[in-house]
Design a protein around this ligand. Structure first.
Ligand code: NAP
Length: 247
């Protein structure tokens, strides 16, 4: 079950947080796991952390907003590891503000990393996957992209955009045996949510039927399933991993 041995799996923004949890899961399954993150030091640290767990991973610095760099890094990974089998578009940022106060720079930054970054990586990798006649793309969206959130218009728009992009990707690439799905996490314990006050965390927990925040591993488990042949008839879907927050 879930045979990932030697599959080349690329995870953007995986130096820490959910991405790192996903990388650890694929490394445990003996995939050729590729840590991609904007900062080389964070990449090296993440690869070392996996090594300490007796796991193997490869690391490359990549800013997903830089489409020329995406092209160069993908070419390098393909040369180094022999194929590009699974892409997990996970890199994401928030710059929260009420819509009426939101600066253009806050809007642009979030759309650029979350949505354009996903487009950049998908567009550049699909050429390789089309040649291979196989591939899996998993986009990390958010429940906020489905339900919206006050103070997060930029983030909600970027994540809603990712869900729509996933459907178009799935339709365009299905005939080449490439599947694309999105995961919509709810509230997951990472640095991104660590800044929330205990009161806010408690109020979120009350709204979650399972009564607590999720862990990176909860997202990683679904990534593993969606990347595997066990999910071979699933494409174009958005699956919530949110403790039942939205139904
Ligand atoms: P995180 O802890 O902030 O980690 C995100 C990683 O992405 C960081 O290492 C960050 O590097 C990196 N990154 C930022 N800009 C980048 C760029 N331009 N190119 C490449 N990497 C970049 O976030 P997280 O909580 O793990 O979230 C991961 C994904 O899940 C995001 O897409 C997020 O929107 C989504 N999500 C999270 C939650 C949650 O509750 N945590 C809920 C729903 C969805 P720097 O730190 O150096 O900037």
């Amino acid at each position: 079950m879930y045979n990932m041995k030697d599959k080349v799996v690329l995870i953007t923004g995986s130096g820490r947080g959910i991405g790192f949890g996903i990388a650890q899961k694929f490394a445990e399954m003996q995939a050729k796991t590729v840590i991609l993150d904007i900062n080389q030091e964070i990449v090296d640290k993440a690869v070392d952390e996996l090594k300490k767990l007796d796991l193997m991973a490869y690391g490359y610095a990549l800013d997903v907003t830089n489409s020329d760099l995406v092209e160069t890094v993908l070419k390098q990974i393909n040369q180094d590891l022999g194929s590009l089998d699974v892409l997990i578009n996970n890199a994401g940022i928030t710059k929260d503000n009420l819509l009426m106060r939101m600066k253009e720079s806050e809007w642009d930054a979030v759309i650029n990393v979350n949505l354009k970054g996903t487009y950049n990586c998908t567009q550049k990798i699909c050429r390789y996957m089309m040649k291979q006649k196989s591939g899996v793309i998993i986009n990390i969206a958010s429940v906020i992209g489905i339900m919206g959130n006050a103070g997060q218009a930029n983030y909600a728009a970027s994540k809603g955009g990712i869900i729509a992009l996933t459907k178009s990707t799935a339709k365009e690439l299905a005939s080449r045996n490439i599947r694309a799905n999105a995961i919509a996490p709810g509230f997951i314990e990472t640095d991104m949510t660590a800044s929330l006050s205990p009161e806010v965390v408690e109020s979120y927990a009350k709204a979650i039927p399972l009564g607590k925040m999720g862990q990176a591993e909860d997202i990683a488990n679904l990534c593993l399933f969606l990347a595997s042949d066990e999910a071979k008839y699933i494409t174009g879907q958005t699956i919530n991993v949110d403790g039942g927050l939205i139904m």
